[in-house]
Every structure is written in C-alpha cells, then in structure tokens.
Design a protein around this ligand. Structure first.
Ligand code: DQA
Length: 147
C-alpha cells in the first residue's frame, strides 16, 4: 500500500517561512518525518510539494486512477481552488486534509476550505504532527485486517 502526501504552494519553504505560524521544522524534516512514519507502519509514503496548481491536479488524478489514499495540505488553494477541490472529489480512497496552523483562529479568509466537503477528515492546528497522525489513520484504515 502506498500513501501520497501532497503539499501545495509555499510549503517547500517550511522552517524559514513565518516560523511563528508554521514552526521551525524544515520541509526536508517534514519529508523525513512522514517517511519514517511510513517505515514504522510498513507502508510506502511518498511526499511531494508543488507551487503549481496544474501539477497538483495531475498528482490528484494519478491518486484517483491508482486508488491511493492521500494526505493533502492544499495550503492557499484550500481557500479558493475549485479545480483542486474537483480533483479531490475524484479520489476513490480516503483523503485527509491537513493544515499545520489552526486556520480557524487566523484571518477570516482562512476559515473556509473548499476542500473539506470532499475530504474524509481534517486535521488543523497540531503543527507538523498532523501529518504522521493522518498517515497512521490511513494506514490503519486501508491495511488488510489481520487474519
Ligand atoms: C496552511 C494554511 C493556509 O491558510 C496557508 O495558505 C498555508 C498553509 C497550513 O498548513 O496551516 O499555506 O495550509
């Protein structure tokens, strides 16, 4: 089983980007954290980041075609990209939307997500710890039941 962890715009700059909001964990550390979690659970975890909406939509199509579970931090697209939402709506395996910050305590425009309505679940405000939690849930949910 493989889990795709997809990150939207500006998340490649984690660690230096507004550390008071997003913390000091670098993007490379986030990738390592997700991969380590997958290794612990015996599932393959592939982490990607893009600043380009079309590339993200292509990755979501790939996940839909391969029936892969997805952890998605849509970053700013969360709040306005109907194209990303429509790509998420095509997924056949569970989708967990993750936000590092608690978007509900921030600016008004961050309080609405166009993605949440098509997500299986949402984690926000737990920092980068939200990613391993999402991976764990997906691994438990999609792994075959022990005999
Ligand atoms: C974010 C929250 C979004 O509002 C913002 O645009 C991001 C990151 C988060 O992880 O807290 O880029 O998705």
């Amino acid at each position: 089983m493989k889990i795709l962890v997809l990150n939207g715009p500006n998340l490649g700059r984690l660690g230096t980007r507004e550390p008071s909001v997003y913390g000091t964990t670098s993007y490379a550390d986030l990738v390592a954290l997700c991969e380590r979690t997958g290794a612990e659970l015996g599932v393959e975890v592939e982490v990607r980041q893009t600043d380009h909406e079309g590339e993200m939509i292509g990755w979501l199509h790939e996940a839909a075609d391969a029936n892969l579970p997805v952890v998605l931090n849509p970053a700013a697209w969360t709040h306005y990209s109907i194209a990303v939402r429509d790509a998420c709506a095509q997924l056949t395996a569970p989708l967990i939307e993750v936000h590092i910050s608690n978007v509900h305590t921030r600016e008004e425009f961050r309080r609405h997500s166009v993605v949440s309505a098509v997500a299986t679940g949402v984690i926000a405000g737990l920092g980068v710890a939200g990613y391993p939690l999402a991976i764990r849930w997906l691994a438990g949910r999609t792994a075959p039941e022990p005999a």
